[in-house]
Design a protein around this ligand. Structure first.
Ligand code: PLP
Length: 367
């Protein structure tokens, strides 16, 4: 699709590679790295990111099957783990050489029946255990049944066993994380013994990599860190900013005392106010909750808060006292006006802000 939108998401591939190397330096020499590019590469551009880093990574992961297919269609040959496949996706997974996470008996049996019927051997699968997140995964006491089923079918081979930490970024939950690590160790010792070979083990996401070096196992799963977020200000300051979201001022208005701004007349001027209208709205990922003084942009390095309600395609911001003109640049996020600060001020998290940036916004790749 042609995209002449002026609102642009710049994606700095050099910065992504810098961040990748920053995390790789934290790993032991033989520890592998999987890069998570789900949700369009955390709202950036999964294909551009994957093309840029694939030589330095062992695996990619996506959430859904179609995200994996898009990478294959773009020519990515790296192994791809599909974290959340459904039974209805399994044939497509095989057709596209994707590797499923098998997290329940339903999906395990469904997959084996397909690999058996296609007379495949050793098709790589990944077995996920629930160690406390209570989201996806087998129970710890299901190891015997899983290994029995798999041992009876040589059409699949367990490439890895993994689990996911519930609060790896939260130092107050350290004991809980340590208990998840201990449980994962126990499960995997049991599993390896029963299956008779050694699948790769992996547990850590970005903040797990930073906070639990003892739990890197054979591979780590780097997501948000690649995109420049370390889950606390200190770690983020060691990373480079990958995404910058910029727009321009479409129009400037001077609003008289008593006039209202935007839908539902949510803002009534109690004095003269100068406003700028910016072509980005809730359809682009600027949540309606950021309206009425909560969210803000930066114009000529000055903060301009959103006034009134966020519209579908526009916001109006208060530029009283800011020296600016129609056509001037507006920064929503960059290395100064950071996603993390905005997330904190608007009571959300970086993950939600960046993955909400809609596909309508033009992507500009900086190499
Ligand atoms: C999204 C995801 C990751 C990456 O997490 P980050 O915190 O972004 O590093 C790792 N593992 C699983 C299972 C995930 O769903």
């Amino acid at each position: 699709m042609k995209n002449h939108s002026v609102t642009t998401l710049q994606i700095d591939l050099k910065a992504a590679n810098f961040n990748l190397n920053y995390f790789k330096e934290k790993l032991k020499e033989n520890t592998k790295i999987l890069v998570v590019v789900k949700a369009f590469g955390y709202g950036s551009d999964a294909i551009e990111i994957a093309k840029s880093v694939h030589k330095s990574v062992d695996y990619f992961a996506v959430a859904y099957t179609d995200e994996g297919i898009a990478l294959r269609e773009a020519g990515i040959n790296t192994p791809i783990l599909v974290l959340h496949p459904q039974i209805s996706n399994l044939e497509l997974i095989i057709k596209n050489c994707l590797e499923p996470n098998l997290y329940s008996f339903g999906i395990l049996k469904a997959f084996i029946s397909i690999t058996d019927s296609q007379k495949l051997t050793d098709y790589p699968v990944h077995i996920k255990f629930n160690t406390g997140l209570n989201r996806l995964g087998f129970k710890p006491d299901e190891v015997s049944i899983i290994t029995k089923i798999i041992s009876e079918h040589n059409s699949v081979k367990v490439a890895s066993i993994f689990s996911h930490l519930a609060a790896s970024e939260d130092k107050n939950e350290r004991n809980f994380s340590l208990s998840q690590i201990a449980l994962f160790e126990k499960i995997t010792v049991d599993f390896k013994q029963k299956i008779g070979y050694k699948p790769q083990l992996h547990l850590c996401n970005t903040s797990g990599i930073l906070n639990y070096p003892q739990a890197h196992f054979d591979m780590v799963r780097l997501g948000i860190g690649l995109y420049g977020f370390g889950n606390d200000e200190n770690e983020t300051s060691n990373l480079k900013n990958v995404i910058s979201l910029k727009s321009i001022i479409s129009q400037i208005h001077t609003i008289k005392k008593g006039e209202s701004i935007g839908y539902n007349r949510a803002f009534i001027a109690d004095k003269e106010v100068k406003t700028a209208t910016i072509p980005i709205g809730h359809a682009d990922g600027i949540n309606r909750k950021f309206g009425n003084g909560i969210g803000y942009v930066s114009i000529n390095n000055q903060k301009a808060v959103i006034i009134g309600n966020v519209c579908m395609d526009m916001i109006m911001v208060d530029i009283s006292g800011i020296d600016c003109n129609e056509g001037d640049e507006v920064v929503i996020f960059d290395n100064q006006q950071t996603v993390e600060k905005f997330a904190k001020d608007t009571n959300t998290i970086s993950y939600e802000l960046i993955t909400a940036i809609s596909q309508r916004i033009k992507r500009e790749i900086l190499i």
